[in-house]
Design a protein around this ligand. Structure first.
Ligand SMILES: Cc1ncc(COP(=O)(O)O)c(C=O)c1O
Length: 432
């Protein structure tokens, strides 16, 4: 019988995160200040906790996971199973072997918990009393609310209005965990007030919500801002996904020919792919890496240039593949894929020719139909963002059917869709 569920004992949870910065093909271009205005770099300690700032430019290849964070990782269900998608393979009649990591088993529904826990842990150590953050899909806000609840920390969330409007359950979940949630743009910051004055029905964007959360933290010495993607420390924490997966694949003597995941800011893609990108860079393996995106915000196709992380230009300039920090994007159901730029680490790897991208149409029917095949064979309900990973895995497996190649395809199901049913109903025409 084929082993379809590959588990790790909690004792085998990786004890260190992997930091790819010293192994990048060329050194990472440093963050910098614009030529005029106040120094954004000098303001960083007023915004972020010391713990994450020290990890941002860390040069050690492996960084120990604090024992208290390991304990909370286990509390949150890590290590998570890796599955062989045998039933999906049979449906597709493909010679490819499909494996997927089950980040959907997270208590709040996504991989975002993997960085929420250490970020709150480091802030707490420093005596910080309140975290501020943005959220797009609502998954990051809920993950941070979970970590704040377990570690007894206050939390203020600025939530992109276009998404908040259709996900009332997520708001209640965040509130249940003790968070205070405001729609963004809000009347609580000068940036939000200005935008609401121009347009009282403003949809908001991740760049605007980040700007509000950063401003809130900068104005309160007892608060720290926390970002759910993009930055080096976030991708570092997320490598727990790929490190576990490597150990699991070793158990079944498998190694991926193709690694696939969806990409908004880059944290779940990076989390899965970076430990395998290490092998590609250092051991000259031939694995192909595919980041899946929406036509609405294909940031990996953007210019590799210095740009701001937020709409209001409060962050330092980071070298990223960017569509421009003032760009507004049409709302989609996979809102977590709607950010203007890809993480600096991912952008550098893309620039080095190590990451391909597949872009799916903005009406999303294609990806939701592929997710339906996954639901009906594997039985798990993926988040709309994860549907983009599944679509590419299926498309690659179908190509193998044509060529007869027995490729091993690894993909990440970054979250569950239990609070996204309206999206499924709308896109797949399900009537109640
Ligand atoms: C379930 C899920 N997957 C993927 C993403 C995309 O973000 P990232 O590229 O940082 O993984 C999000 C963002 O909200 C998400 O909620």
């Amino acid at each position: 019988m084929t082993q379809t569920k590959i588990t790790l004992h909690p004792d085998d949870l990786p004890k260190k995160w992997y930091n790819i910065l010293p192994d990048l093909p060329t050194p990472m271009p440093p963050p910098k200040d614009p030529t005029d205005g106040p120094s954004r770099l000098q303001n960083l300690p007023n915004i972020f906790s010391k713990g994450v700032l020290s990890q941002e430019g860390a040069t050690d290849r492996f960084i120990p996971i604090p024992p208290a964070v390991q304990e909370l990782y286990i509390q949150s269900g890590r290590p998570r199973p890796l599955y062989r998608a045998k039933r999906l393979e049979q449906l597709l009649n493909t010679p490819a072997k499909l494996y997927y990591k089950s980040e959907f088993y997270s208590p709040t529904g996504s991989h975002k918990v993997n960085t929420a826990i250490p970020q709150v842990y480091y802030a707490k150590q420093q005596g910080i009393k309140r975290m501020t953050t943005e959220t797009g899909a609502g998954q990051w806000g809920t993950a941070l609310a979970y970590a704040c609840s377990l570690l007894k920390m206050n939390l203020t969330v600025y939530w992109v209005k276009a998404v908040a409007d259709w996900k009332p359950d997520r708001r209640q979940f965040m509130q249940l965990l003790g968070a205070t949630v405001y729609n963004s743009p809000s009347n609580r910051t000068s940036i939000g007030k200005k935008l609401l004055k121009q347009n009282p029905n403003h949809h908001g964007s991740l760049g605007i919500a980040i700007a509000e959360a950063v401003q809130d933290a900068a104005n309160d010495p007892t608060a720290a801002y926390s970002l759910g993607s993009v930055l080096n420390h976030v991708l570092l924490h997320q490598t727990i996904i790929g490190l576990e997966t490597k150990k699991q694949l070793q158990q079944v003597n498998a190694y991926p020919d193709t690694v696939i995941s969806c990409l908004g800011g880059g944290s779940n893609f990076g989390g899965l792919a970076i430990p395998f990108l290490h092998d590609r860079i250092k051991k000259q393996t031939s694995t192909r890496f595919i980041a899946t995106q929406s036509e609405v915000a294909p940031n990996l196709t953007g210019e590799y240039c210095y740009d701001y992380g937020d709409y209001a230009e409060q962050t330092p300039l980071l070298k990223m593949c960017s569509l421009g920090h003032k760009t507004s994007f049409k709302p989609i159901k996979a809102d977590g894929l709607r950010y203007h730029a890809a993480a600096p680490i991912i952008s550098a790897l893309r620039h080095a020719g190590l990451i391909d991208t597949i872009i799916y149409p903005s009406n999303e029917e294609y990806v939701f139909n592929k997710a339906k095949l996954f639901i009906q064979t594997e039985g798990f309900l993926p988040a709309p963002e994860s549907a983009y990973s599944i679509a590419a895995a299926i498309d690659e497996a179908k190509k193998c059917k044509k060529t007869g190649e027995k490729k091993t395809i690894l993909f990440n199901v970054s979250g569950h869709g239990f609070m996204d049913m309206q999206g499924y109903a709308e896109k797949l025409n399900i009537r109640s």
